[in-house]
Design a binder for this molecule. Structure first.
Ligand code: SF4
Length: 217
């Protein structure tokens, strides 16, 4: 498993040298907000709406003091906007009241912020603080790692634990960013491009389907 995982990591690095987060944010709290907005929404859509939001509210204090209704007007197109606006304002208030105006650097503290779950917390730990072992278990990660045979099931917490057991801790955050890129252009949900896939030789799903179809000839 270790050799196979290492080969997958290398192939992904070759294909996507830059393991960057697809969400645009210049400040730590802006990244927290962008990740919150990305739930049930595409990163592209979030990147379309955040410039106007961050222009109108250029500081943490200005968002913390904004009315939730005003924030809603900027984020309506990204779904669940009422709950997201509420979480954003309350989380920014908590950053100021409890964390000295900074996004905290521990899982325990991050999970206390409104709207922040393990996926968001892991992304913030990996991107802001380079914490080893940060595994961002989103829909791409769960689907692709299952196909590759690196994890089983769809429960994000279980998949996170399984991946933490097989990924080198210093690689895990970048691995998850690359998996998102890979999931968008190769291993898509509905029609994965298996014949052109650089991970074909390590993919248990592809190999089992290939041997099944060979056996039925
Ligand atoms: S071979 Fe197909 S299913 Fe397997 S990782 Fe590549 S694109 Fe995804």
């Amino acid at each position: 498993m270790k050799t196979r995982t290492a080969a997958i990591i290398t192939a992904l690095k070759d294909r996507y040298p830059d393991a960057v987060c697809a969400l645009h944010a210049a400040k730590d709290y802006e990244l927290m907000i962008a990740v919150r907005l990305s739930a049930q929404c595409t990163d592209a859509r979030v990147n379309q709406i955040t410039p106007a939001l961050f222009n109108a509210y250029p500081t943490l204090e200005s968002i913390a003091n904004a009315s939730i209704t005003d924030i809603e007007q900027y984020i309506r197109s990204c779904g669940f906007f009422r709950q997201k606006a509420k979480d954003i304002v309350l989380a920014c208030q908590m950053l100021l009241s409890d964390y000295g105006g900074r996004v905290p650097d521990t899982m325990e503290a991050l999970l206390k912020l409104p709207g922040v779950g393990r996926k968001t917390a892991n992304l913030l730990l990996g991107d802001l603080y380079s914490v080893p072992g940060s595994v961002v278990c989103d829909t791409h990660c769960i689907r692709i790692c299952s196909r590759l045979g690196l994890s089983q099931g769809k429960d994000p917490e279980k998949v996170e634990r399984q991946l933490r057991a097989v990924l080198p801790p210093e690689e895990s955050s970048d691995f998850c960013h690359r998996i998102v890129l890979f999931g968008r252009d190769v291993c898509t949900a509905r029609s994965p491009k298996c014949t052109a896939c650089p991970l074909q030789a390590y993919c248990t799903d592809y190999l089992s389907k290939s041997s099944a179809s060979a056996g039925s000839l």
